[in-house]
Every structure is written in structure tokens, then in C-alpha cells.
Design a protein around this ligand. Sequence first.
Ligand code: AMP
Length: 429
Amino acid sequence: MSFDNLMLSEKLQNTLTSLGYNTPTPIQQQAIPILRQGKDLIATSQTGTGKTASFVLPMLENISETQEIKLGDQRYKIDALILVSTRELALQIHNNIEKYAKAFTHQSIALYGGVKLGGQVKQIRAGANIVVATTGRLLDHLRNGTVNLSAVQMVVIDEADKLLEMGFINDVRVIISQLPKKRQSSMFSATFPPAIKNLGKSLLSKPISISIDPDNMETQKVNQMVHHINEEQKAPLLSFLIRSKSWKQVLVFVNTKHQANALVVQLIQDGLTASAIHGDKSQKARNHALQQFKEKKISVLVATDVVARGIDITNLPHVINFELPLKNEDYIHRIGRTGRAKHQGEAISLICKKEIEQLKEIEIMINKTLPAITTESFNYTDTPPPMKEKKGVDLKKAKALAQKMMKKDEIGQSRSKIPKKGRGTQRHF
Ligand code: AMP
């Protein structure tokens, strides 16, 4: 199938060709015609499947064909709203919209917390057709009267299960109550627990359901492996793997912000370039770390599950589970950061004794036994090898830098800057 068959204009198809999109992904094949016809949609969708374009492309076309908001004279009104759970995802979707909307005049903006309201108000005042927002920040703007949802024609709830998990579902309900009755709505979620089904009932009208065959999931292209190792040897093994294999871009998942910070210190001490990304870092620091990583200015990004979903890093070759996630389903989201869009990826989970039972559960979940690998030249003794000063690495400097970063982390506690109102009960990643 080509994009020709999906009710998209020639100018949009030209943009897609220029981006190297020749064939629509399965979710795009199914979702685009439904949304182009103005119907409501409920989609079971995994990460990395081309989901963003599946709702953004019809959104761009539909806005063009209706009485769209005239920019600069709209009293904070917008045409379309996309609700997401994390700031990174808001920015990523916004960036994708800008890419896809090259042939249109539509303006998109991202509204998320951790930055001042003022700049965002200015942007909305200048005019926005599409708003991509995290729930808490959107509620702040609604309270301020700096966003008006009365003209919204289309609303998308992305990763609904993540919004539920992070405690934002009531915020979503408040936002839905502000939308006009006549609108097109769609909801995307990887799982459908009762709370999400109920949300769907209040959001959607006669929705069409689609589900992407797991055989088509991008995670099939991820070469998954496990590496059994003592807990205290995980960090030395990680440094060894990165160095000996000359990996240039590795995303490492841990479960807590403390672990993330500690591991970054260790990696820097081992002479690698690394940064951490987690919920307690200021938004500026999070964006900076992600950007540095995307541009390959640092080779290791240590992350908590705050970035396990949705985030797209082009051609990311390696994901490491330094520890298995707190929730088994996050395993799929984590490894889905690699092997995206036709590229092969590799995901290695470092498994210590206490994680073996959980590994079995994950293997049952993904219906696959993961092959175990060993690293021949690694020193598998019980005690971590003493830290050696590497040629070209100033250990003193590395330690000072690591300590500075830890300090910065403590100062950069962005959570306190987010207005309390509108914040759900969040998990502390
Ligand atoms: P998403 O699931 O929306 O985050 O998309 C995952 C990746 O797939 C992104 O890098 C997109 O640019 C890419 N992508 C989306 N649709 C297509 C397509 N039809 N052909 C090639 N790449 C695509």
C-alpha cells in the first residue's frame, strides 16, 4: 500500500516522500482513513509504530478543510488538541508536526511544565492551530484563561494508559469537560484497564476500534538478549561493554533517579561521556541532556521510565536495562526506543540473581525466551575491579564534574516549580 490510498493531499504526500516515508506503517494504513472520514477512533498501539503520523496527518488535512482558526485573531482559541503524559513527548510530537506540516500554514505549539508560563502565553496569543500539551500545564493555562478550548474540532489522547498510571486521569476528565460536544476524538493506548475503557466511553462517540497485530510491532526488530551478572558488577560490565564495543549511543534504563545519578558518576569516572534524565531534573536540563544525546555529543544517557515511552531517537542502536523495570510492561516500552522505523536495534538486560524470577515473567509476557550472552574478556570476579586511571582521562576532573552534576541535580528539582494545582499523584522516577 502507498500513501496514495489514504485520502491525503498531493502536497502532504510530497512532504512524506521528502522525509523518506514510502509506505504507510500498519497503524497509519488503518487509522488515517478513519480519521480522515471524521470518525472517532480507539487504537491499541505500541510505541515506535509510526503512531504520531497516524493522527497528525489526518489532523493537518482536516483542519485545512474546515473553518480553521485565523492566526493572531483568535482569543486563545485552537483547532486541535493532543494530550500527552510527558514534556519530552509533547516536544517530540510538536517537532513531528512541524516536519509534517511544511506544506501547510498551520501553527503548532507545545505546552508543558517546568518552564515559565509567559513565553507560552505569548505563543498562544500569536496563534496556534494545534496544541500538544501535558495535562497539568494545560490546566494552568485554562485557569489563567490563556487557552480557549471552545473551538477544538479534534482531540487526541495519546498513551492513555500512561496518563492513568501517572495519576493524570482526573485532569484529563476536567479537560474533556471543557471541549465542545461536536468534535472528533481519538484515543491511543497500549493497554485498556477498566479506567481507560471508562474514559473512552466519556470521550468517544461510536468509535471504530483498531489494533495493531503484534507481529507488525517494531519491537520485533529488536535483538533482545540478557547478560547474567552480579549486581555489584553491573556498572563495571556496562562501562566495559561500551568501551570494548566502541558504542557511540547507548540508552541505559534504571528505576530510580538516585540510581541514574550514581551510574552517571560511575560512567564519567570510567572515562565515558554520560548524562542522566529523570523527573527531578529541570526541564531545561532534561531537554539539554536529550539533545546532547541525540546529537551524539554524549554517548550514554541514563534514564528512568519517564522517557521509556514515546521518545524517538533516530537510529538508536543500543538499549541497556541496567535493572528490569518496576512494571513488566515497561520492558516493551524501554526496548521500543531502539529498532524503530525499519532499523535494527539491540537491547541487553543485565540480570542479577534477584531479577531472575521477574525475567521469567517478562519472557512469558513477550512469549519469547531471551538468549543469554557472556562477555569473554570481562573479569567476572565478585568484587568490582579497582578503578584504573585511563589514558587521556583526568580522574580528578571527572570526579569534580560528576559531583557538580549531582549538586545541579539537587538544585534543579523542577517538581517544586510546577504549580501544585493540576498535578496528579505522580510516580517518583
Ligand atoms: P512514532 O511511533 O510516531 O514515534 O514513529 C517512530 C519513527 O518512525 C519515527 O522516527 C518516524 O519518523 C518514523 N516513521 C513514521 N512513519 C513512517 C513511515 N511511514 N515510513 C518510515 N518511517 C516512518
